[in-house]
Design a binder for this molecule. Structure first.
Ligand code: CP
Length: 354
């Protein structure tokens, strides 16, 4: 049994095993695999693709789903904690899929739960199942993930898909361009990690400057709901908009454009008909990838398991997470942090502690 919480928990080989299982399951309805298994699907935030593709994956594998798509009709409204919600769901299901607005909520849930937890997005922190389907798409398109030049464009500060995908692609010797205005650039805790590993990356203002260089353009939505004020959002809303005219004849012939979706205005629909657009195929790849995630989480398939280097995890009443959006600010946790060389970071949300 294994959790899917952060791409930090995966080796390169672990990732390749997930993609191999996804490829084996794609297009088949292997309805014996999750027969008699119940999936608890807890969505505290809106979702179309993640929730529906997880649900589709369960049905295609012969399992059943219970849960909710909004916290409005749950006992959270009466003041119940996330801890107790998880303790109840573990009693009713064999695996939990959870999306939550707080950074680090998935790690917290996995600590509390006796059944595996799959992170379907925790605040601005991570979205590992999205990353696995992104990697599956890149592998299908190019035959390999290795040595790609990838531009992330848009909301890189709050973009959990970007944070998870960067952590994964660094294992495949990829090079990054982070294209964003300063206020929503890639967070320092990620570039610090890239620096420590000697991964090549460049901060860029305008995607036009690097369009000819890249293999993958990973567009993202500016996420209005994550900004502290509407004024801050309006300063950057609509900053990058691509369309047929801005891409055709200006990029590599085999470049692909990905987007985790939903999109708002950053990709105009005239691009959809071009050979570069792969975002709908990418979303469709969510089904086999999430089938593989269930199969591995519940030990329904044999995969080669590698052990990660042990983390130096400590507990303290006095060391606190500096991130106000961390789960530790609203739930009673064990106040854990990780020591990595001279640096300390929050065990739950990966941000700095003090
Ligand atoms: N990509 C993604 O997470 O989409 P949803 O928010 O619709 O699930």
């Amino acid at each position: 049994m294994r959790d899917f919480i952060s791409m930090k928990d995966f080796t390169k080989n672990d990732i390749l095993e997930v993609l191999k299982v996804a490829s084996e399951l794609e297009g088949k309805n292997s309805t014996e695999l999750l027969k008699n298994s119940i999936v608890g699907s807890l969505f505290f935030e809106p979702s179309t693709r993640t929730r529906l593709s997880f649900t589709s994956a369960v049905y295609r594998l012969g399992g059943q789903v219970l849960g909710f798509d909004s916290p409005d009709a749950t006992s959270l409204k009466k003041g119940e904690s996330l801890r107790d919600t998880i303790k109840m769901t573990e009693a009713y299901s064999d695996v939990i899929v959870m999306r939550h607005p707080k950074d680090g909520a998935a790690r917290f849930a996995a600590d509390v739960s006796k059944v595996p937890v799959i992170n379907a997005g925790d605040g601005a922190n991570e979205h590992p199942s999205q990353t696995l389907l992104d990697l599956y798409t890149i592998q299908k398109e190019f035959g390999s993930i290795e040595n790609k030049k990838v531009a992330f464009v848009g909301d890189l500060k709050y973009g959990r898909t970007v944070h998870s995908l960067t952590k994964a692609l660094e294992m495949f010797n990829c090079e990054f361009y982070f294209v964003a205005p300063e206020s929503i650039q890639i967070p320092e805790y990620i570039t610090r990690e890239l620096d420590s590993k000697g991964i090549k990356y460049t901060l860029v203002d305008d995607y036009k400057d690097i369009l000819k260089e890249i293999d993958v353009m990973y567009m993202t939505r500016i996420q209005k709901e994550r900004f502290d004020s509407i004024e801050e959002y309006e300063k950057v809303a609509g900053i990058y908009i691509i369309n047929k005219e801005s891409i055709l004849g200006r990029c590599k012939e085999n470049m692909i454009i990905l987007h985790p979706l939903p999109r708002v205005d950053e990709i105009e629909i005239d691009l959809d008909e071009t050979k570069y657009a792969r975002y709908f195929e990418q979303a469709a790849n969510g089904v086999p990838t999430r089938e593989a995630i269930f199969a591995i989480a519940l030990d329904k398939v044999d995969v080669v398991k590698e052990s990660m280097e042990e983390k130096d995890i400590k507990k303290s009443e006095t060391v606190v997470c500096l991130n106000e959006k961390c789960i530790t600010k609203v739930e009673k946790t064990e106040n854990k942090y990780v020591v990595n060389k001279n640096h300390k970071y929050c065990y739950y949300c990966n941000k700095d502690v003090k």
